[in-house]
Design a protein around this ligand. Structure first.
Ligand SMILES: [Zn+2]
Length: 458
């Protein structure tokens, strides 16, 4: 009875939010329903034919969720997923409420939820997932610093309380994530064995340089990015666990795709993903591990991965006048450093727009830009255009990185910014645009509405 009432209220709320053009009702229905029946999420998730898959991590929840969805689709499973960004309890609950009948029945096989790191314990407790994938723990913004170990402890507690049959899929290359493993659980580790793309030194911005057990600095035989790699603790002996699924070979084909040779015991899988960038190897590894654990055939896994395109803002291509433009969202040092790495692959000098805002979605504290490896970026950039609310700080940061300010232009008006940057390009040259989240939305608006450049979104 209580459940039915909760569902009716949620569906009414959803109807009115949409009817009044107030958005997609991604959170409010869940919020209201949970007030009426606090167990609504638990009750509804039990109605799924197969169960729940949870994906969490600081950098990249959306991409692995999309990869897993496409693998499920290839295998003819039906599924529900929450919308990107609606990754708290109310968003997760809303996604089930949207699809359930008035009596609370659901026809789908699976629900796949991307879940905020700190919300994982609650969603896991209520949904008793069949599969949980934990990708990484990075410091997202400075104001959250110090919370990483707390999160890791919460995750450990969470997996300890999960049903025995839950498959727990962990990134072995992130020491903080792998250290939450518990012996008598179904743990599957994935990681990278190929050392072609290892980096020389641990970045200042890396979050977990020390052993999660004894705090001794970890020693890396191969470091792939930030604090992710093959590590060992010289004091207590903690080391990267043995891999159940490993990437033995990785080839980055610039902005096009990555090719991987994965190995599971003696079995080898060749895959291609149209998701450029080294970090996507981890997204492919995680989602392949899920597919294999659900007994989905290798062909279907490969096809599902091949079908996946980059998420909103992660890497978009379009035409600006007659030029190609590539837009990549930047939101924290780790992500930004990976974008820099991607820019370096083809060895060509580039003209780059960087925009920095400090609204809530960007993080109010912008001191994270001091952890971005601009010293490295300036070797790839032959001209940089700077914009956004905090453009001045960005100019200062670039100056400290040693960039020649004669090759830099600050312009806060996005219309003019696009005009002058396009004017600087050679005929066949691509413009690279690296915005923070809210400045990306502003920039899009200018491109789409004001018509200051021809609107030719691909
Ligand atoms: Zn140690």
């Amino acid at each position: 009875m209580r459940l039915t009432l909760a569902i009716i209220i949620a569906k009414l709320a959803s109807f009115f939010v949409k009817a009044l053009n107030q958005g997609q009702a991604t959170s409010l229905p869940g919020l209201l329903a949970r007030k009426i029946d606090p167990k609504v999420l638990a009750k509804l998730s039990r109605k799924l034919k197969k169960g729940v898959i949870i994906v969490s991590g600081t950098n990249g929840k959306t991409t692995p969720t999309r990869l897993i969805s496409n693998i499920l689709k290839e295998a003819n499973f039906s599924f529900i997923h929450n919308r990107a960004g609606a990754n708290l309890l109310s968003g997760v609950t809303s996604s089930l409420l949207e699809k359930c009948s008035i009596t609370g029945s659901l026809n789908q096989d699976w629900a796949i939820f991307e879940v905020d790191e700190a919300t994982v314990p609650k969603v896991a407790e209520q949904t008793k997932p069949k599969v949980i994938v934990l990708m990484n723990l990075f410091r997202d913004q400075l104001d959250r610093y110090g919370e990483l170990e707390k999160l890791a402890n919460l995750w450990r507690e969470t997996i300890n309380n999960l049903p025995e049959e839950t498959k727990i899929i962990l990134n072995a290359d992130d020491p903080l994530v792998s250290s939450i493993a518990i012996n008598n659980k179904n743990i599957y580790f994935y990681g990278v064995n190929n050392e072609n793309y290892k980096i020389e030194k641990i970045a200042e911005s890396a979050d977990s340089k020390n052993c999660p057990n004894c705090k001794e600095p970890l020693v890396y035989s191969a470091l792939f990015y930030s604090h992710i790699g093959k590590y060992v603790c010289p004091k207590c002996g903690l080391k990267r666990p043995n891999l159940n699924l490993s990437a033995e070979e990785i080839r980055l084909n610039s902005f096009e795709n990555i090719e991987l040779k994965l190995r599971q015991n003696t079995n080898q899988l060749d895959l291609k993903a149209y998701l450029p960038g080294f970090y996507n190897a981890y997204n492919v590894l995680a989602s392949t591990t899920v597919g294999l654990n659900l007994n989905i055939s290798e062909d279907k896994i490969k096809q599902g991965i091949k079908n996946t395109k980059a998420a909103f803002g992660r890497l978009e291509r379009f035409k600006l006048d007659n030029h190609n433009a590539i837009l990549m969202l930047v939101k924290n040092p780790t992500g930004f450093n990976e974008v820099i790495r991607l820019l370096e692959i083809d060895g060509k000098k580039k003209k780059i727009i960087i925009t920095l805002n400090d609204n809530i979605p960007d993080g109010r504290d912008i001191s994270w830009i001091w952890d971005v490896d601009f010293e490295r970026l300036i070797k790839t950039a032959d001209y940089i255009f700077v914009a956004g609310q905090r453009a001045e700080e960005l100019v200062l940061r670039l100056k400290y990185a040693g960039f020649n300010l004669n090759s830099l232009k600050q312009e806060k008006d996005y219309c003019k910014l696009l005009e002058i940057s396009l004017a600087k390009l050679d005929n066949d040259e691509t413009l690279y645009i690296l915005p923070t989240y809210s400045s990306m939305l502003d920039l899009r608006k200018v491109i789409a509405e004001k018509g200051c450049v021809k609107k030719t979104w691909a």
